[in-house]
Design a protein around this ligand. Structure first.
Ligand SMILES: C[S@@+](CC[C@H](N)C(=O)[O-])C[C@H]1O[C@@H](n2cnc3c(N)ncnc32)[C@H](O)[C@@H]1O
Length: 203
């Protein structure tokens, strides 16, 4: 997996463009000034760089050192600081509470999707937000970009069940057909799942 992503990111330009994911950007108003934000599966870092330029304290986690090196160089040029975590999500052990955790197109196998929501939930402070966009199982019908393995896609009913057991307020959980315009990697129609939840007080 790491090798595959390193090869995909070994290019001059940015596979998913240089602009942040539109949905993540549209929800950034939820984050108060100078929030501590973790970006999961951040790749070449377009969301992380955007959030860091907004004045947030940002950590970008990814398995691809090639993607993260591109983010490092761009952050240096933009004169913004952020923390880069080169690790597998499975090996990540959060050491603090984040104000927000965001992710775009971080596709883990079905048996790890619960771990994604659980670990993220417990790594948020009370009142902290999780914001993410994924390709849905319905995306396969477009036979275009995105994971081809159905086991890597997100099913809205399964996701609802996983979130139902967490003490969180689900602000948004939707499946939508959208037009993506994110570099050469994501251009065209897509079926996506969009999630925003807020961690509630500990029980
Ligand atoms: C489709 S790319 C999305 C990159 C970025 N979020 C964006 O939207 O531009 C998926 C990213 O997830 C990372 N990834 C996949 N599985 C991972 C894992 N188990 N641990 C850490 N990173 C992983 C890949 O290295 C890749 O950068």
């Amino acid at each position: 997996m790491q090798k595959m992503w390193n090869e995909k990111f070994s290019r001059e330009d940015f596979l998913y463009g240089e602009e942040p994911n539109e949905f993540i950007k549209s929800q950034a108003h939820l984050f108060s000034k100078q929030s501590h934000i973790l970006c999961l599966g951040e790749g070449e870092g377009r969301n992380a760089l955007y959030l860091a330029t907004q004045g947030h304290y940002v950590e970008a986690l990814d398995a691809s050192d090639v993607g993260l090196a591109k983010l490092h160089n761009k952050a240096k040029i933009a004169q913004v600081t952020l923390d880069i975590r080169h690790t597998l999500f499975e090996n990540w052990e959060p050491h603090k509470s984040y104000d927000a955790i965001i992710s775009s197109y971080f596709h883990l196998p079905k048996d790890k999707q619960q771990e994604l929501f659980l670990k993220s939930f417990f790594a948020l402070r009370e009142g902290g937000y999780f914001v993410a966009e994924f390709f849905s199982t319905h995306h396969l019908k477009y036979k275009s970009f995105g994971p081809k393995d159905p086991n890597l896609l997100y099913d809205i009913c399964d996701t609802a069940i996983l979130l139902k057991n967490l003490p969180c307020e689900i602000i948004k959980l939707s499946q939508e057909i959208i037009q993506l315009n994110e570099g050469v990697g994501h251009t065209g129609k897509a079926s996506v799942i969009r999630i925003v939840f807020m961690r509630l007080k500990n029980l």
